[in-house]
Design a protein around this ligand. Structure first.
Ligand SMILES: *[C@@H]1O[C@H](CO)[C@@H](O)[C@H](O)[C@H]1NC(C)=O
Ligand SMILES: *[C@@H]1O[C@H](CO)[C@@H](O)[C@H](O)[C@H]1NC(C)=O
Length: 313
């Protein structure tokens, strides 16, 4: 209210001070915040000296698909998506059923052809509030004592941008702990432990908040902190698995490259395991050999050759 009063006084003073005939344009609300589906009032007021009916235009200057401004109100008509849901009172636009796509910056332009200074303008920013969605959380279910752990919480939809609160066992974690082992960034949603201890074991979850609506939480995850020796055993098991995998891979590799097929007689059972792809590739090699030795046969002969070849098989 006070701001409005100051603005009006300034406007009145401005009118007194201006020596020449000029159009003066201003807005009562340079930043408008509304919820989706609500009504938005884009205020624009003007004062002309002589011109009784100045031309009024509204453009959307930021938040458009293109880089150039979009016309909103032009030649006494609303354009495109504004057509059936906007009305104008003086120069103030009232927009119904606001969507997220309406968010952006708008400019009200008033041109009075009969005044000395003919053009005046005012900018209005429209912010469409979006309550937080359920955030996505990345919380490890286990970690090793002394290790570094980073947890992430992310909610990109909220307008204005959400801030994050981390919870351990349903109790909020202080952002600036006295002697905690962690640090929190409320704006990026990270919770970092430089060196976890057994005491950090617990159920973690995170909450996204903004002023547009109720806060939303992700499902929690229990993080267990294990000592290194247990971890070493697990790591050993992983190494053994890797070795087995590598061996298997090596045997397969040897098969593919015909290492075993040189001893066809002795290891017939292995040859049986060969994929059909391998057999046909061998045949292809044979065909190529023949083609190399003999001059390329005419089409009929090639047909014959194919028959013979399959017969040989
Ligand atoms: C409105 O915004 C434009 C940039 O988009 C700027 O050039 C202009 O000076 C602004 N007008 C007022 C009255 O603030
Ligand atoms: C901080 O650490 C000291 C010991 O170093 C301990 O006595 C105190 O209780 C701790 N404070 C909190 C809030 O954990």
């Amino acid at each position: 209210m006070e701001n409005l009063f100051t603005l009006s006084v300034m406007f009145a003073i401005l009118l007194q001070v201006l020596p020449s005939c000029a159009v003066v344009v201003f807005t009562r609300e340079p930043v408008v915040e509304v919820h989706e589906d609500a009504e938005a009032r884009l205020s624009c007021e003007f004062k002309t000296q002589r011109d009784e009916s100045p031309r009024i235009e509204w453009k959307k200057t930021k938040g458009t698909m293109s880089t150039s401004p979009d016309f909103v109100y032009f030649k006494e008509e609303f354009r495109k998506s504004f057509k059936d849901r906007a009305t104008i009172k003086g120069a103030t636009v009232i927009l119904q059923k606001v969507t997220q796509g309406d968010a952006g910056e708008y400019r009200c332009e008033v041109s009075a052809a009969l005044d000395d200074i003919q053009l005046g303008e005012a900018n209005v920013t429209l912010i469409v509030l979006v309550p937080p969605h359920v955030p996505t959380c990345e919380i490890p279910s286990s970690a090793i004592t002394g290790g570094e752990v980073e947890m992430l919480c992310s909610e990109p939809h909220g307008v204005p941008a959400v801030s994050y609160i981390w919870y351990k066992d349903k109790k909020p974690l202080a952002v600036h702990p006295l002697n905690g082992t962690y640090s929190i960034n409320q704006h990026t949603g990270t919770l970092t432990f430089r060196s976890v201890t057994k005491a950090d074991t617990g159920q973690y979850h995170c909450e996204a908040r903004n002023k547009a609506g109720p806060p939303k939480s992700c499902q929690g995850t229990h993080m267990e902190i294990d000592d290194l020796n247990i971890a070493a055993i697990v790591a050993g098991a992983v190494v053994v698995c890797l070795v087995i995998l590598l061996c298997t891979f090596f045997i397969c590799y040897a098969h593919r490259h015909g290492f075993f097929s040189r001893h066809r007689g002795r290891s017939f059972w292995i040859t049986q395991c060969h994929s059909t792809a391998h057999i046909s590739s061998q045949n292809l090699h044979r065909t190529e050999d023949m083609n190399a030795r003999y001059s390329p046969p005419p089409e009929e002969k090639q047909q014959d050759f194919k028959h013979t070849h399959s017969f040989m098989l």
